[in-house]
Write a protein that binds this ligand. Structure first.
Ligand code: SF4
Length: 329
């Protein structure tokens, strides 16, 4: 019998998930369950670094967990939980902060970016963000973290923190996590310009009704050079075509690729076809979501059960870590 590796990944509670979340993370989460023990965390403490109000926090956690479960995350195999339900993470964060150079934290491009985005709220949490992220990973002895290529430097920094800790205390108690490069598709919003994002209101929600989906798809930007129906288009610069390539059958993709270039198909027809294929693809997800939604308590029960399992792992790791440092029992 082979021993499975352990994957950890966390995501901020952003409520109902959209196509960008699905293609960029959730799809990978679901697939990884076949080869790893997976721990998926809704990082509500991380969210506090930038949120202005916590009014929607619980609702966002619930909606996000609901989408994860409907998309195929299996709580009987994977641990799904809320970050703040395992308070050991705060202790691990503090212990790791003692071996993390402040200069390096303030030089990280992500920190500088956050300062630009929130000039009026440059809080300590923003500086310590990568330390808390590392605490999340090592607390569960995760050896593998799925990341897209652009996030790899963050994980390299986490590995450095772990090395510093183990070196400082002459121990191997903390595991240096490996990167698992996952295919993270960059999904553009319906504006065809910026990354799909809820805050930009350019997203298509997984849980939208077919009618809402049709409406959003009709708003999608196509080849900007194609003004009239009789103009030939270029699928290579069209966001609708990029989506067809993910959700439509092969023969339809080939047909559009040919017909668009000779104005044999109009953009409205092309969008209708994409929307129909997308709705069909999301049918099982939406059915499962509706089923789970009948008993909202079941979602909270799953999250509480996940926290119980996560706490059991974390307790052992914290005890080992304290012993490695030499803190009194
Ligand atoms: Fe894009 Fe389709 Fe219009 Fe071509 S026909 S420009 S692929 S929407």
């Amino acid at each position: 019998m082979t021993i499975k590796g352990r994957v950890f990944s966390g995501a901020r509670p952003t409520g109902r998930q959209h196509l960008g979340n699905y293609l960029g993370a959730i799809k990978n989460y679901v697939a990884l369950q076949d080869d790893y023990d997976c721990i998926y965390c809704i990082v509500d403490i991380h969210a506090l670094t930038t949120v202005e109000t916590t009014e929607d926090l619980k609702e966002n956690i619930y909606e996000m967990a609901l989408d994860w479960l409907a998309a195929g995350i299996r709580p009987e195999d994977s641990i799904v939980f809320i970050q703040s339900h395992v308070p050991y993470v705060m202790e691990m964060h503090t212990l790791l902060s003692m071996v993390t150079p402040l200069g390096k934290l303030t030089e990280l491009p992500t920190f500088k970016e956050k300062i630009k985005q929130n000039p009026n709220n440059v809080n300590y949490g923003l500086v310590g963000y990568p330390v808390l992220m590392t605490a999340d990973i090592v607390l569960y002895k995760a050896d593998t973290v799925p990341v897209g290529v652009d996030q790899a430097p963050h994980l390299e920094f986490a590995r450095e923190i772990v090395r510093s800790f183990n070196y400082r205390y002459g121990t191997k108690v903390l595991i240096e996590p490996k990167v698992k490069h996952t295919e993270v598709l960059k999904v553009l919003g319906i504006d065809g310009k910026k990354k799909m994002s809820k805050s930009l209101d350019n997203h298509i929600e997984l849980a939208a009704t077919p009618e809402e989906t049709d409406k959003r798809v009709m708003q999608m930007l196509t080849d900007p050079q194609r003004v009239r129906r009789e103009d030939p288009g270029d699928p290579d610069v069209c966001n609708v075509f990029s989506m067809h390539k993910i959700f439509s059958p092969k023969d339809e993709i080939e047909m559009i690729n040919t017909e668009c270039r000779r104005a044999g198909i109009g953009c409205v027809d092309c969008k209708k076809r994409f929307s129909a294929n997308l709705n069909k693809h999301l049918e099982p997800f939406r059915a499962k979501r509706a089923e789970i939604e009948k008993s909202p308590d079941s979602v909270w029960d799953i999250l509480r059960d996940g926290a119980k399992r996560a706490n059991a792992i974390a307790k052992d790791v914290i005890e080992e870590t304290r012993a490695a440092i030499g803190l009194p029992e």
